[in-house]
Design a protein around this ligand. Structure first.
Ligand code: GLA
Length: 383
């Protein structure tokens, strides 16, 4: 991959670039909690967006998307959302840096990667975070990794129209080999803790259903959560988000909620508690308890938050009878993408066989099955 990106860069632009990469992520537990100021437990994985990049002194941003063999060029003074969908993830990052008062001179950039698109593994965050990290380096902008994550998140809000939380961009920038990151999305404090899975592996199964987060449902969930906060705030003005809400608060005011808003809020409050419990279970290497929390998370996402889909449910249900799978659930925004499974190593082949025999993607293919390696966040590569 690196060679391909570099040689494409040399062919098109005739000089030697610097090369950066930023990973996609998994999330062990804590779904749809980030934009509610709650807890998440992501980890960066060995699937990346790669960038070959170099200032060009031409007053132009010249991009080449190696995976689709497409170009996009714009003068530096004309940063605005484009009709070219993929370019928006890049332009959005530049726009946010300019909004922070930085000067971003023209550059050439070839990018491509192997994070599956629309699979809930944060390919868009890898692109945003990778470009943000690369520009910070080549122009010495001095942003911290957390600031870069926030810039990348705002790029997604304003140029891709998805009002996402911070989890994906955070994970892509802060990943640490063999570690999961337990992040408090309210204080932005986080603790990487070593993931010692003993004889277990983290395996993703891709439904082959491409989710479209921008397809309004994601933003709608965010609004529903806010509607719940607005009700409770009237009684207690220290409530700023669902993070500050207890199950008692919800029960006490149940009658003022529509049933949907109440279920959305209850799911989030319960999921936050599950992340805390999951962290404890993992430190004690209590994989059974951890796995049960994963299933509960899935059922909450399916029945209360309503962001699953029949294909995800089918894959999770398939594992319920397999005693070598300790936990399984949908991962990421939902409506498609992957399930994340914790599987006993001795049975990985059996698991793969079982999935292939019992599940086909909507276009009739064998699903993609990915064994994850937990990796470092965005970095400069020596090639
Ligand atoms: C997407 C968003 C994240 C997060 C997850 C759901 O991946 O980008 O911010 O909200 O969905 O947990």
């Amino acid at each position: 991959m690196v060679e391909r990106i570099v040689s494409t860069f040399k062919d098109r632009f005739g000089s030697d670039p610097l090369v950066f990469r930023a990973p996609g992520r998994v999330n062990l537990i804590g779904e749809h909690t980030d934009y509610n100021n709650g807890f998440v437990m992501p980890a960066a994985i060995n699937r990346y967006a790669y960038f070959a990049i170099k200032p060009n002194g031409l007053g132009l941003y010249r991009f080449h998307a190696a995976d689709f063999r497409r170009d996009y060029t714009t003068p530096v003074y004309k940063i605005e959302p484009s009709n070219t969908h993929w370019a928006n993830y890049l332009l959005g990052v530049i726009a946010q840096m300019v909004a922070e008062g930085k000067d971003i001179p023209g550059f050439d950039c070839v990018f491509g990667g192997d994070v599956p698109i629309g699979a809930g593994m944060s390919s868009s965050a890898a692109i945003e975070s990778g470009l943000a990290f690369a520009l910070n380096h080549i122009y010495g902008l001095g942003f911290t990794r957390m600031q870069l994550a926030q810039i990348a998140q705002r790029a997604e809000h304003e140029y891709a129209g998805v009002k996402c939380g911070i989890m994906d961009q955070f994970a892509s920038l802060h990943g640490k080999q063999n570690h999961v990151l337990q992040l408090d999305c309210r204080s932005l404090e986080f603790e990487p803790f070593e993931l010692n899975m003993d004889n277990h592996s983290i395996i993703l199964v891709n439904t082959g259903v491409k989710h479209s987060l921008a397809s309004s449902e994601y933003n709608k969930r965010r609004q529903e959560c806010q509607a719940g906060v607005d009700i409770l705030k009237k009684y207690n003005n220290s409530i700023q988000s669902l993070r500050d809400v207890t199950i008692n608060d919800l029960n006490n005011h149940k009658r003022e909620f529509s049933s949907k808003v109440w279920e959305r809020c209850l799911y989030v409050v319960e999921e936050n508690q599950r992340v805390v419990n999951a962290g404890k279970a993992l430190t004690q290497k209590d994989f059974e308890s951890f796995g049960k929390l994963m299933y509960q998370s899935h059922y909450g996402l399916r029945d209360m938050y309503e962001v699953s889909c029949p294909e995800l449910d089918k894959l999770v249900e398939l594992t319920e009878k397999l005693d070598y799978v300790v936990g399984s659930r949908m991962m990421g925004g939902g409506f498609g993408g992957c399930t994340i499974n914790v599987v006993k190593n001795a049975h990985i082949d059996e698991f793969t066989k079982c999935v292939k025999e019992n599940y086909k993607t909507p276009d009739g293919k064998i699903p993609q099955i990915i064994t994850c390696v937990i990796s470092n966040g965005a970095e400069l590569l020596v090639y």
